[in-house]
Ligand binder design. Sequence first.
Ligand SMILES: *Cc1c(COP(=O)(O)O)cnc(C)c1O
Length: 427
Amino acid sequence: MMKYYSTRNRARHYTFRDAVVRGLADDGGLYMPEFIPKLDASFQDSAKHKSLAEIGLEVLKDYIGDEIPEAKFGDIVKDAFNFPAPVKHLYDNYYILELFHGPTFAFKDFGARFMARVLGYFVKDYEKELHILVATSGDTGSAVANGFYNVEGIRVHLLYPSGRVSELQEKQLTTYGGNVTAIEVDGSFDDCQKLVKQAFNDTEVREKLNISSANSINIARLLPQSLYYFSAINQIGNSAGVRFSVPSGNLGNLTAGIMAKKMGLPVKGFISATNKNDVFTKYINNGEFKPGLSERTISNAMDVGNPSNFERLMKMYDESHAEMIKDITSFTFSDNSTMEAIGEVYEKSGYIIDPHGAVGYLAAKEAKSGVILGTAHPAKFGGTIEGILNMKIELPEGLNAITSKKKKVVPLAANYSTFRDYLLSHK
Ligand SMILES: *Cc1c(COP(=O)(O)O)cnc(C)c1O
């Protein structure tokens, strides 16, 4: 059966359940599977006639073992991945894998919907409520809120940086109510992330409350992100030459892609695309990892100064920079180039690409081809795009409905003792 270890201590082992319920290990490390299971060589062929949910079942089952009964796990997967992820051709050798057809219109629905259902299964016989703490720069929060909304036994606390998410993103975060509380932090995304980390390192808080995370640091968020790489290759067919271009922030998507490669995904390599928050690009290019503060850009879900999944990536390459750069290249782009790219893609293909995808497109151009991960629906960034393309971007129905709902938040200073008091008031 699959066991998990902490990236800070390879010697200790945890069950999948422990890893999912705890989120972050006691030593501050991230959970990783002991080994990456290999898929049967026949998988890629036999996947030809399979749905996303069926691919999901194959890709995920060895990570879960018998910790969830097979039939139940089948239902979880079917229910979590009930929307399509089509590959569309842009022009020449450029393709986009559209990952934004879930309920919150960004790829984070994959991880959040899966994790919510897995955790819902694990906590159903707990006495105390489970508190999920999430720091979000936008899309994580809405995916988590949607995934967990009304899941019994679970209460969600979303911390987001005041004034640094789009109006629409804010509506997606703050209009649920019920078991979902939105906390508007007077600070940056890094401040939000720090508050959550401090809570996890606070023994008294951990003793009094059952807490867990749902950021891309939770292993149940990460694992399901491998499956759409298989689905994409499956749709494109001839795969020998494919490179995926991954718009990167916390490096969850990239890490899941590397896991897919280690499972047997036939792929040439990965391109990590960053905005001016380029710590990872610098690491790939010069071997030095120097986390910093995040800076604001128009691809705001990638505004991360200290990408948390870096620790996991390092484990998969045995801490070797030389090994990592065999699989991964990385490029960084300014907001100006990103805006130009949105115009260029539209001009060449008629396709409206969102700012995150546009950074991915620019990185793919460095390799002269690529399958770009379309991480968000363009309508989520309508304001930016309308200014560039001079046209009206229609909101899809599901997004339109929330614009009239009322924002409900708990305001919070970026200060741990205040956050701690807030948390302890829930014990
Ligand atoms: C979260 C997010 C990213 C960054 O993904 P990571 O897995 O954190 O690297 C890119 N684009 C969008 C739209 C996102 O929401």
